[in-house]
Design a protein around this ligand. Structure first.
Ligand code: SF4
Length: 342
């Protein structure tokens, strides 16, 4: 069982102490006896302990930087939402395929932002611009926000903030089962709580440091019982020997465990595994023993933005995945809504 995340090392930007959350977090980590270092900016986080890249990478993944979010211009977040709401970046998980390895480069530590009210104010402006259309905000574009939220409760505040909003909705996805503090949040049905699910094999070999399949399902049941609309992202869909059986077991388990009412309002997003050449090099450096198969000759090349294309599965394999998993949704959770396959 993966325990709730506690950082090994904490960095604090002095400005963070001007905010109540900054002060609270400082006290909390002092109480826990965790070393707190001061840094003028997260870019100054240097000299992390560790003798080589491998060790430093691991220490960085359990380092928390408490700071103030300066850019209050939100990125867009298609296809699942209009905007990405920046409450945190980085993640303590060690999924071998994770895109954060390339997007965060040599700064893989976790950052949390204490100016939560300013972030909410910015989101109000975005909602006003689009009103009376609904504006959806995605909270997990650059982190697994649930994984760190038991420490900060900023996600919980966001859930309640959007719960009271007229035109706003919130969504996020997680691979962590530490959801208890979110169960009594006044969400008013405006947050779609999604879990990233996969075949047991993928979770076991490619997603170390995250909650196991049964724990995630148990957490999904709690979330459903707390009245949240529920969703699943099956990602990355990965072809290994016996994948059809593995994914079938996943759907059988969901069918058996989820309460009947939750099955009526479920969403599914299906995303196949993909990698880029730079990502492959980084993954091989960070996880040299990985079982993750990244053989370009077995894949199809898909042109991408900025000239960095990705390797996806071949057309017939994609069809097979879509039909197989789509078929499981129809068979086991027929009221679930299949949103997209990509
Ligand atoms: Fe990346 Fe998500 Fe795994 Fe964290 S849990 S390492 S964000 S894939």
């Amino acid at each position: 069982m993966v325990k709730p995340f506690i950082p090994q090392l904490v960095y604090m930007e002095p400005r963070a102490l001007e905010y109540a959350l900054g002060k609270q977090l400082k006290q909390k980590f002092e109480g826990l006896g965790i070393e707190i270092r001061e840094t003028t900016s997260h870019n100054q986080v240097r000299n992390l302990p560790g003798e080589n890249h491998f060790q430093q990478y691991r220490i960085a993944k359990s380092t928390l930087v408490i700071g103030v979010r300066k850019t209050l211009k939100f990125d867009t977040s298609k296809p699942s939402a209009e905007y990405a709401i920046p409450l945190a970046t980085g993640c303590m998980g060690h999924c071998h395929y994770c895109y954060l390895q390339t997007t965060m480069g040599n700064k893989p530590y976790i950052r949390t932002y204490v100016n939560v009210d300013e972030i909410f104010e910015a989101s109000t402006k975005y909602m006003e611009e689009r009103a009376p259309e609904t504006t959806r905000f995605e909270a997990s574009c650059t982190s697994d926000i649930v994984g760190v939220d038991h420490l900060t409760h900023s996600l919980k505040r966001a859930i309640e903030f959007f719960g009271e909003s007229k035109y706003g909705k919130l969504r996020f996805v997680t691979k962590f089962a530490h959801v208890d503090h979110l169960l009594d949040a006044r969400h008013n049905g405006k947050t779609r709580f999604r879990f990233s699910m996969n075949a047991d094999y993928v979770i076991k070999y490619l997603e170390p440091g995250t909650s196991r399949l049964d724990e995630r399902i148990e957490a999904a049941v709690k979330v459903a019982n707390a009245g949240y609309p529920l969703g699943f992202i099956v990602a990355p869909i990965y072809l290994y020997d016996g994948w059809k059986e593995g994914y079938k077991e996943l759907f059988e388990k969901l069918e058996a465990k989820l309460p009947a009412f939750a099955k009526k309002d479920l969403t599914f997003e299906l995303i196949q595994h993909r990698f880029t050449k730079p990502a492959k090099r980084t993954i091989e450096k960070n996880y040299p023993m990985t079982k993750l198969e990244m053989d370009e000759t077995k894949r199809q090349y898909k042109w991408g933005k900025y000239g960095i294309g990705k390797y996806v599965y071949k057309k017939e394999e994609q069809e097979d995945m879509k039909e197989t998993l789509g078929g499981y949704i129809e068979k086991y959770l027929p009221e679930g809504k299949f949103e997209y396959f990509t």
